[in-house]
Design a protein around this ligand. Structure first.
Ligand code: CO
Length: 283
């Protein structure tokens, strides 16, 4: 096995989205498509009462992508044009495949006990052949996400495989790996990722050694594409490290992002805007 090295480390930038939601963004949709098949990674954390009233994401469209919401604290109330209403609570995941079109509303709420809201949203691209498929919604409750305890690591497996266990989210075009890894102090975590697949680690608590380099939270580690395993270590001092491990097979197709739409050509973006205007976006 060849260990992957780090390509670069991204420091998340504060951005404002939706009706005025403050987020930490590590990656955003771009034509350069550097993190193919992943388009966006946002971290929302409202832990400061001085931030004022909680604003959310009122009804808005998506086409051509999958949006994945993972909550750690607080919740998000969801409503969509398929008729789903759902609450994404701590530990829950919502995997929404927009396909040709969906309208949804995402409204965060503080936890009643801690007063916090803490979670992530990942956008996964769809291949050209699936961008216009019917939308699909999957709400995954915390209790159905397997937790694997292994040599100082506690892993919540959302999508992908670990040893004999499979995450509950399957049949996704990018065959993604999405897991929440908590390493106790003085532990080691080694995980195989096929060479050529994009691999990212969003380090959101503590600090550790990723591919031999010291990394502190909060940062997004981008691994080199060659090599077939990643290695993480936490030292004996400190409180260990916690990160989201994200990996998937790139589609290597052209990408044209426009707000909540990500298509392959400018014409397809124009069509999405036209469909929205003509009321034919959602069938
Ligand atoms: Co959305």
């Amino acid at each position: 096995m060849n260990n992957r090295t780090i390509s670069h480390i991204i420091e998340p930038q504060l951005v404002i989205e939706g009706a005025g939601v403050l987020l930490r963004r590590s990656i955003g949709p771009r034509a350069s498509n550097e993190y193919d098949p992943f388009l966006l990674f946002d971290h929302f954390a409202f832990n400061n009462p001085l931030e004022g009233p909680i604003r959310g994401f009122p009804m808005h469209p998506h086409r051509g992508i999958e949006t994945v919401t993972y909550m750690l604290d607080g919740s998000v109330n969801h409503r969509d044009s398929l008729g789903n209403t759902d609450m994404i609570g701590p530990g829950d995941v919502q995997w929404m495949t927009s396909g040709r079109g969906i309208l949804h509303e995402e409204m965060p709420r503080r936890s009643e006990s801690s007063g916090n809201i803490y979670g992530f949203q990942l956008w996964v691209n769809l291949p050209a052949a699936q961008k216009m498929n019917p939308p699909r919604y999957r709400g995954v409750k915390s209790s159905t996400i397997p937790v694997i305890e292994k040599e100082g690591a506690s892993i919540r497996l959302v999508a992908g495989e670990l040893d004999e266990t499979r995450g509950p989210v399957t049949e996704i075009a990018a065959s993604p790996l999405y897991m929440d890894v908590k390493l106790a102090p003085a532990s080691r975590f080694i995980y195989p990722i096929p060479s050529g697949h994009t691999a990212l680690a969003y380090v959101f608590d503590g600090a550790g050694e990723f591919a031999g380099e010291a990394v502190e939270s909060v940062s997004m580690v981008v691994f080199q594409n060659n090599g077939d395993q990643i290695k993480v270590r936490s030292d004996a001092a400190g409180r260990g490290v916690r990160f989201m491990l994200i990996a998937g097979a790139p589609f290597k197709e052209p990408v044209v992002p426009y707000g909540p739409f990500v298509m392959n050509t400018v014409e397809e973006i124009q069509q999405a805007i036209l469909d929205l205007r003509n009321g034919t976006f959602v069938k």
